[in-house]
Design a binder for this molecule. Structure first.
Ligand code: GDD
Ligand code: MN
Length: 377
């Protein structure tokens, strides 16, 4: 075999970056003269044919490799798999849309190869950095806030733990790769919060350029997953994340039921509120039953969208069936709730305590049953 050892692997996670790829490889080539490198394009089967373009480039230049994933999405997981797919001792992750300047790579590599640092990363918020080309002040602000929040929750002190441009020894990564969450965009933060060994980090201020072609994939789902991930690191071990989401949705359901009840009584049935009671008991009971069904349906939809977004039911029949099962689960949960409260009260517990424990037991019941029968396999 001939050829020198690869010194640096560069992972480019891509989703619809066809138009950016060729110029990215050219820029890498120009920036890395004198360094043996390879680039691993990790593409999630982009509809624009990014993977085909990567194959064309790979046929022209053996330093280009392509890892095409089918039926999966996600920047973090793509980065992890790319980093595990290189034989190089050092690996970098960067965006493929030209927002990250490849000229920083040799300096980042030197910091690690010197043995003085374990991780190099480029910061948008360090002294001397700029995000002018970002063009959207709201995005700069949001990113600053996300950074602050992330630093609080994880105890990480970097100026930009949300940066998507970093480099580390592949071995460091591989040791803990199985413990990384792989969700969303926060791969560097994940590494920093997960790796046990103390990392000596070198920060490189960067000029975060404007995206060359195409558009950003950082959407509402990514932001939601980010917040869920922070919660998971913060309280997840005490109250499991999915249960916390389920409980939050349930609490919102209480507000929905009260709102729906008020709406039905006042605007539909035209009842009047007199001295703390509604005038007609039958109307009240009918309205409250309807309101409970509205709240239950609201909970079903929200749990389907958020709590079980990874197992989301889609299509009319699956949704209808799921809704019916959820309704059944909830009515059993209600029995648990009211029944245990009655039993506790009979045992001499304070009314309020009995009610609260009833609610908790009912929720646990609903959660356990619905995660098995509504969103389970
Ligand atoms: N394989 C794969 N799968 N790649 C993806 C996916 C995905 O689901 N989503 C995004 N990418 C790729 C993009 O193609 C691009 O090369 C890179 O990841 C960054 O994605 P952008 O969509 O350009 O992100 P951005 O510029 O809005 O977000 C920037 O800021 C984030 C934090 O604030 C980037 O620098 C991110 O890396 C950073 O986490
Ligand atoms: Mn980008």
């Amino acid at each position: 075999m001939s050829g020198g050892n690869i010194r640096l692997g560069i992972v480019l996670p891509t989703y619809n970056e066809r138009g950016n790829l060729r110029t990215m490889v050219q820029r890498l080539d120009a920036a890395l003269t004198g360094i043996e490198w390879e680039v691993i394009v990790v593409d999630d089967n982009s509809p624009d044919g990014t993977a085909d373009e990567a194959r064309v480039l790979a046929n022209e230049d053996r330093r280009v490799r392509i890892l095409q994933r089918i039926g999966r999405r996600g920047l973090s997981s793509a980065a992890i798999e790319g980093m595990c797919a290189t034989a190089a001792p050092v690996v970098a992750v960067m965006d493929a849309d030209h927002q990250h300047d490849p000229e920083l790579l040799p300096g980042m590599l030197a910091a690690i190869e010197s043995g003085e640092h374990d991780l190099s990363y480029a910061s948008r918020f360090a002294e001397g950095a700029s995000t002018d080309a970002w063009g959207r002040p709201d995005r700069v602000k949001a990113s600053g806030m996300a950074n602050k929040l992330a630093r609080k929750v994880t105890g990480v002190t970097l100026s930009d733990p949300m940066s998507g441009y970093f480099m580390l020894r592949t071995e460091t990564l591989r040791k803990d790769a199985h413990r990384l969450s792989g969700v969303g965009f926060k791969i560097l933060l994940d590494i920093l919060a997960t790796v046990d060994a103390p990392l000596r980090i070198k920060e490189f201020p960067m000029n975060f350029a404007a995206r060359a072609e195409g558009e950003s994939k950082l959407d509402r789902t990514v932001v939601f997953e980010f917040l869920v991930g922070l919660y998971d690191k913060w309280l997840g071990r005490i109250i499991p994340t999915r249960f916390a989401l389920f409980g939050t949705v349930g609490a919102m359901g209480v507000a929905v039921q009260l709102g729906a009840l008020w709406f039905l009584l006042h605007l539909v049935f035209g009842e009047r509120f007199v001295y703390g009671h509604w005038t007609n008991e039958t109307t009240f009971n009918v309205a409250n039953s309807l309101a409970a069904i509205v709240a239950m349906s609201f909970n079903f939809v929200l749990n389907n969208e958020l709590t079980y977004s990874d197992k989301r039911l889609r299509g009319f029949t699956p949704l209808l069936r799921g809704w019916a099962k959820f309704a059944l689960t909830c009515s059993l949960g209600l029995l648990t709730n009211v029944g245990s409260a009655a039993a506790l009260k009979a045992m001499g517990f304070h009314d309020f305590v009995a009610v609260i424990i009833g609610i908790v037991l009912g929720s646990v019941w609903n959660f356990a049953l619905s995660s098995k029968f509504v969103w389970g396999k």
